[in-house]
Design a protein around this ligand. Sequence first.
Ligand code: ADP
Length: 481
Amino acid sequence: MRKKEKILFAATECTPFFSTGGLGDVIGSLPQAIKNLKKTVIDIRVILPLHSLIKTEYKDSLKKLLSTTCLLSWRSVQYSIYSLKKDGVVYYFIENGYYYDRPSLYGEYDDGERYAFFCKAVIDAMEKLDFYPDVFHAHDWQTALSVVYLKSKYKDDPRYSSIKTVFTIHNIAFQGIYDMGILGDVFELGWEDQSIVEYSGCINLMKGAIQVCDLLSTVSPTYAEEIKTPEYAFGLEHIINLNSYKLVGILNGIDYTEYDPADEACIKYPFNSENIENKKACKAAFKELAGLDASADSPIFSVVSRLTSQKGIDLILSKLAQIINLGNHVVILGTGDKMFEEALEAVEPYYRGKLKVFLKFDKELAKQIYACSDFFLMPSKTEPCGLAQMIALRYGTVPIVRETGGLYDSVKDFGCGESGCGFTFREYSGDDLYWSVMRADDLYQNKDEFNEFIKKIMKIDYSWTSSAKVYYNEYKRLLAN
Ligand code: ADP
């Protein structure tokens, strides 16, 4: 019988257990997509911290495997491993109440220590579970230290030394930067490994993983090029360029069963590319729910996003009045920077019936918004990949995006002919966004053309299948060397 190929993902969020955005979606769908390529041969597992925010339905079905301790520098930390099997993928959860019973996944004063412990526990768990993967795939700075450990402290241990490591950058803006003074105390690294993580006089965990991993990937081909430049690399362009020989950009996909307007409890009027009549029913129902003026045939422009400047929220705010004054309706769902939340809250009453703002994280509401909207605004300043524009396409909502990163790779302009599936603009400028909105309004006025366009964009395939194959081929290539 052919030997099983063992793959272990390490990450700090995963849909549907707990998630703050795109990373959670990717970890919640890519492993299954890889597994589905060769069910009997691929043994893929995912290891996560057991955040107390895990949904109750999943918490109740966790199985406790063992309790143990592991060292993090001078700390002897107790932890337990729980597990759950879902759609053919085994999920392990590292439980420690002190580190992971918190109100949020990130932004705690001791994130460095919380995730350093997770990285150490991941290595420890391989031994305790007797599961040494062929490929270890870590995601973003929170898990970078586990790659560094494998290539430093554990490199001469025969149980770990043959493990191939993949490190994926989902967003280079977040690097895990800490004071050099806590190198030994918190990150359990000695002077001999200092140079791996040291960058610009600080500990930079992402830089460490970039330097030592066997394969470096990021989430779109364009972002892979962008992060070689100072404009996009948040200071790491030099390190990216040095390691570009092992860098690949692989476009993310979305889970087409998780996002399916034809088959979801929260979509009252299911629809598909053959029959979009129910999309209009969704729109009418949503207008009522959101208190939008039902008398006018106005297009709905929506935003479902973290409210940060990376996402271009400042551009949207700068043109909000003009967009609404064109006769459009705007719906915004998001959480994020206080200044954006407060600005949106303050402006909403001035546009009663035309603007609806929801300041919360709500997956079902998000799906209803994707389903009911005509256009989706995503004028990001930087966008490693972006999933929201792909979800919008899936729900027949025309994306309006800035040409950057994965947005450039996944949305071609209406004027491009057959491949066109949205409206795009190049400069990070409110005027260019507004110009795209006006072009969208023109299309909306021509009902037949607009309806045909919606049917066309709904047929575009951004499911995981092709990207999962690329990842798998990269794993095979690593294992062949
Ligand atoms: P990022 O990961 O940078 O936040 P992505 O576009 O890659 O951006 O992924 C964002 C994901 O999070 C999408 O699935 C989007 O629908 C979802 N999302 C963002 N904000 C909210 C919210 N407030 N409520 C529900 N889902 C949200």
